[in-house]
Write a protein that binds this ligand. Structure first.
Ligand code: ASP
Ligand code: MG
Length: 422
């Protein structure tokens, strides 16, 4: 008998029929003798619907009082799905109780719409488990110091589930979703993409940060920090499949690098079309310019990703970086109004039609020539590389958006990701 956390995403909770399916699956686990805590997302589309209503009344005002109400509003999606799941479980003959984040309570800071979990009091949940109940805890939300409801950012139910699993020292956290695991790349782009049986926590972190939307990145950070055993698997299998088979399905996020790892140098190809490139041209090449350019951008709350500075010529240089596409206009505006005049730079130019493609694998640590193989493959396809960034376990390139699929397919093949590892 173990304490297990299940998380069900929006599609898994998408209708009363799906919720009944989830209840039957959870009941199966509980009847096998496990203590079950379940963290659901809102029914699919519900969070968007609610936020859309707010937008109809007041198109996104970035004030604290507005964000507070957005949280008050959006958190109801999970409150509804959690209650429905408890009702479905009761209908299955299981004793079950649901709690909103504030009832547990899950305490967060006060950063409305992107709050961070600070602590979880598990007293109540434990007492219910001891009394033989299945406990449902709403995903996505918490309570700040002042008693306000907060939410954790889009996709935040993953983080709720991992945080609950960490706080309760659960044996494992199973993230049930509409795909059956983590793939070598998006199967919609490369049909030959394979499901990975295991992926290391660090690889998962890179993939999540680069647009693989399977898990919210913060949940992966949380799992890494608290060593939560995490598995991504499908909720679209028949609910009554053998529990042992189910417990070994999907993709396990591992911490031991060698033991269970598939022996591939590159484990996956990630890509991201959500970025835009900005270049500040003709910047005087003096100490402090990076700080003055990127400092101003950071002050506007814009995150910067890939950065390059060119060799200077006649005391001037060009400075380029990428930002999230949604922040592009804001960043350009800050640069034009604040940075250009004070730096005496010549021009700010940008390109929103770029994408970032990355190869990821912990095997890159111990193998040389992996990045150069990537560059060769891209050159053979006639794809121009605009920017490069590397870390120990990944190499990313920024290229023209129109070559994204070609690049991903070529790299997937060149690194033998369509073949099972030997
Ligand atoms: N319902 C929230 C969202 O759509 C949280 C989640 O599903 O994880 O972002
Ligand atoms: Mg999600």
């Amino acid at each position: 008998m173990a304490l297990i956390v299940h998380k069900y995403g929006g599609t898994s909770m998408g209708s009363t029929e799906r919720i009944r399916h989830v209840a039957k699956r959870v009941a199966k686990w509980a009847r096998a003798g496990h203590q079950m805590v379940v963290v659901p997302s809102a029914m699919s589309g519900e969070t968007n619907r609610l936020l859309g209503l707010a937008k109809e009344l007041a198109p996104s005002k970035a004030t604290d009082s507005y964000s507070r109400e957005l949280d008050m509003l959006a958190s109801t999606g999970e409150q509804a799905s959690s209650a429905l799941l408890a009702i479905a479980l009761q209908a299955e003959g299981m004793e079950s109780v649901s709690y909103a984040g504030w009832q547990v309570p899950i305490r967060t800071n006060s950063a409305h719409t992107k709050a961070r979990i600070e602590s979880i009091d598990d007293t109540k949940v434990r007492a219910d488990l001891e009394a033989g109940r299945v406990v449902i805890v709403t995903g996505f939300q918490g309570l700040d110091e002042l008693g306000n409801i907060t939410t954790l950012g889009r996709g935040g139910s993953d983080t709720s589930a991992v945080a609950v699993a960490a706080a309760m020292k659960a044996e494992e956290c199973l993230i049930f979703t509409d795909v059956d695991g983590v793939y070598t790349t998006d199967p919609r782009v490369v049909p030959e993409a394979r499901r990975l049986k295991t992926v290391s926590f660090e690889e998962m972190l890179e993939m999540a940060s680069m647009g693989s939307k399977v898990l919210q990145i913060r949940s992966v950070e949380f799992a890494g920090k608290y060593k939560v055993k995490l598995r991504v698997l499908s909720s679209f299998t028949p609910w009554d499949i053998d529990i042992n088979e189910e417990a070994a399905s999907g993709t396990l996020i591992t911490f031991e690098e060698d033991e269970h790892m598939e022996q591939a140098i590159v484990s996956g190809i990630a890509f991201n079309r959500d970025e835009a490139k900005i270049s500040v041209l003709g910047v005087p090449d003096t100490p402090g310019i990076a700080y003055r350019i990127l400092g101003a951008v950071a002050d506007a709350n814009v995150e910067v990703d890939v950065i390059i500075q060119n060799l200077s010529k006649d005391g001037k240089t060009d400075f380029s970086f990428t930002v999230n596409r949604g922040d592009y206009a804001k960043a350009i505006d800050v640069l034009k109004s604040k940075v250009l005049p004070s730096l005496g730079a010549q021009e700010v130019v940008g390109d929103t039609k770029i994408c970032k493609v990355s190869i990821v694998g912990i095997g890159m640590r111990s193998h040389v020539g992996v990045a150069s193989k990537m560059f060769r493959v891209l050159s053979e396809e006639g794809i121009n590389i605009q920017m490069i960034s590397t870390s120990e376990i990944k190499t990313s390139v920024v290229i023209d958006e129109k070559y994204m699929e070609l690049a991903v397919r070529a790299l997937h093949k060149a690194f033998d990701l369509d073949q099972p590892p030997v």
